[in-house]
Design a protein around this ligand. Structure first.
Ligand code: ATP
Ligand code: MG
Length: 488
């Protein structure tokens, strides 16, 4: 890609970007939230038109008006949010829109023959199963198979490992290395530095729409990479001490919680307490009851057992409204944001009573508040009046964090995957905010599939496995091996 520029309403998402992808290599694109990573790849895949610049494939100039044209040139992309249909089979999803035909009918047999060829040993998925019933790692493989079925030689993957378990990530990396050995070229957008060093040959770094570095991975250090990404080094401050007030009454007390649901959502025998100032980490492979636990705590799920917030039984209360719980939800699009509304309005959801003046919302105060809380997280945007849907994924997450931690200053914060999709600089700010909330006496339930994050922040860790607490560990030092073993 040569001198590619793309702007949205005067905002430069990409500015004269040069990007060279070599045959048979894996090339990472890294950089802050809103740096323009997804935009650049959307241009390459024909999803959006650049304002200027050129695309050359094998030296030949191309201009894609749609993904169909990009696919015809051997380019395929898996988006940041998967887009499979849940109610049809894996096979149907893979061939959708590219079905082999015979006498005017879809030829499933032919499709299956071709696919088993492509899949060989390491890409097999249960072809006939309904997609919804498959674990998320299989969804990822289905997305990749979709591209290979369309004969893609260049594969673009936008933050592909965010939702995978560590085991799935390992298998996924093997797959990518195999594809590379077969001569495919792969672009992977990622915030995870370890992935860059483990998997990639080259890395291009974007910052505010421009390239700030292009390196051979074997010739740089992590510090160099971070410097190019965020323009400074990470402080890497350890959490100094626990702020848990162990003699105080608990902020949250859960006794013998049971949710009888078939499959991955069930919970049984869950008991724990969180003291003021305490950060309790919940480790575990996703889909082991974490989501159900959050829903039960919010009184959105039927349960037996008891939940107390500062010794008040929460049964049937609207806990978010009446008890002012802070919530960073795993599903940001459905549970935390009002996508069609402005950034400013999104920063005060659930807080708006503070901004009423003679029964009307004081817009000026809302904007000022929004600007103030967002400043700390370096949110990249035009202004707070723009729609939140126009922000990059990581920046949307920052809006939620600012509202729930800094805006709400809750007595209890439920933080589920708080740093998913967030850049390294912002992860640091979010961790600092969580720690300072604890320092001010709030209790925090931290649910994360990032073990490193759990171990860094938590005063105590419980492991959820199959809906039960399989182990408990006391900080500040943790044996990650042991925690990992309790997870599976
Ligand atoms: N459809 C759009 N309308 C308006 N602005 C947009 C649109 N798409 C992207 N932008 C802006 O362009 C910038 C780059 O966005 P992009 O999604 O490429 O970032 P990114 O590097 O992928 O970030 P992240 O790591 O958070 O996914 C952002 O500041 C975003 O607000
Ligand atoms: Mg992106």
């Amino acid at each position: 890609m040569r001198e590619v520029s793309k702007s949205y309403a005067g905002f430069n998402a990409n500015k004269k970007v040069n990007f060279n992808l070599k045959h048979g290599s894996i090339h990472a694109i890294a950089g802050e939230n809103g740096a323009g990573k997804s935009t650049l790849m959307k241009v390459l895949f024909g999803l959006t038109k650049p304002n200027s610049g050129e695309i050359l494939i094998n030296g030949e100039k191309k201009s894609f008006k749609s993904p169909l044209e990009a696919i015809a040139s051997g380019i395929g992309m898996v988006q940041q949010h998967f887009a499979l249909s849940g109610v049809i089979s894996a096979l149907e999803n893979i061939i959708l829109g590219a079905e082999p035909q015979k006498f005017g009918f879809i030829n499933h047999k032919e499709a299956l023959t071709q696919l088993t060829q492509i899949a060989k040993d390491n890409l097999n998925v249960p072809w006939e199963r309904e997609t919804n019933s498959l674990p998320i790692g299989e969804h990822q493989r289905i997305e990749i198979l979709k591209l290979l079925f369309r004969k893609a030689k260049i594969l673009i993957l936008d933050e592909p490992t965010g939702v995978l378990t560590p085991k799935e990530v390992k298998r996924f990396f093997e797959l990518l290395k195999n594809l590379k050995a077969q001569g495919h070229s792969i672009v992977i957008i990622t915030h995870k530095l370890d992935e860059i060093f483990e998997l990639c040959d080259e890395v291009t770094v974007l910052r505010r729409g421009q390239v700030t570095g292009h390196f051979k991975v074997s010739s740089i250090t992590k510090d160099d990479l971070v410097q190019a990404m965020i323009g400074r080094r990470l402080k890497n401050l350890p959490k100094e001490k626990s702020f848990a007030q162990n003699d105080a009454p608990s902020v949250l007390k859960v006794q013998n919680l049971l949710v009888s649901k078939p499959g991955r959502g069930k919970l049984s025998g869950i008991s724990f307490q969180i003291k003021p100032g305490e950060i309790l980490g919940v480790a575990g492979v996703e889909g082991n009851g974490q989501q159900t636990l959050v829903e039960a705590l919010l009184e959105l799920e039927k349960y037996s057992g008891q939940i107390f917030f500062e010794s008040k039984n929460t049964k049937n209360l609207n806990v978010r409204r009446d008890l002012n719980y802070g919530l960073i939800s795993e599903d940001r699009h459905h549970q935390s944001l009002w996508l069609d509304e402005s950034v400013a309005n999104n920063s005060v959801i659930g807080l708006s009573s503070r901004f009423l003046k003679n029964c009307f919302l004081n817009f000026k105060a809302v904007s000022e508040f929004s600007e103030k809380v967002l400043k700390k997280y370096d949110v990249s945007m035009q202004n707070v009046q723009q729609k939140v849907s126009g922000l990059s994924g990581g920046n949307q997450q920052k809006v939620i964090i600012a509202r729930e931690i800094d805006g709400r200053a809750p007595k209890l914060l439920i933080a589920s995957q708080p740093t998913r999709g967030v850049d390294v600089g912002a992860i640091e700010s979010i961790h600092e905010s969580i720690i300072s909330l604890a320092q001010n006496g709030s209790g925090i339930l931290l649910i994360s599939s990032e073990l490193e994050e759990i171990c860094k922040l938590s005063d105590r860790v419980i492991v959820l496995r199959n809906g039960e607490i399989s182990a408990e560990f006391m900080g500040p030092q943790y044996d990650t091996q042991k925690i990992g073993e309790a997870m599976v």
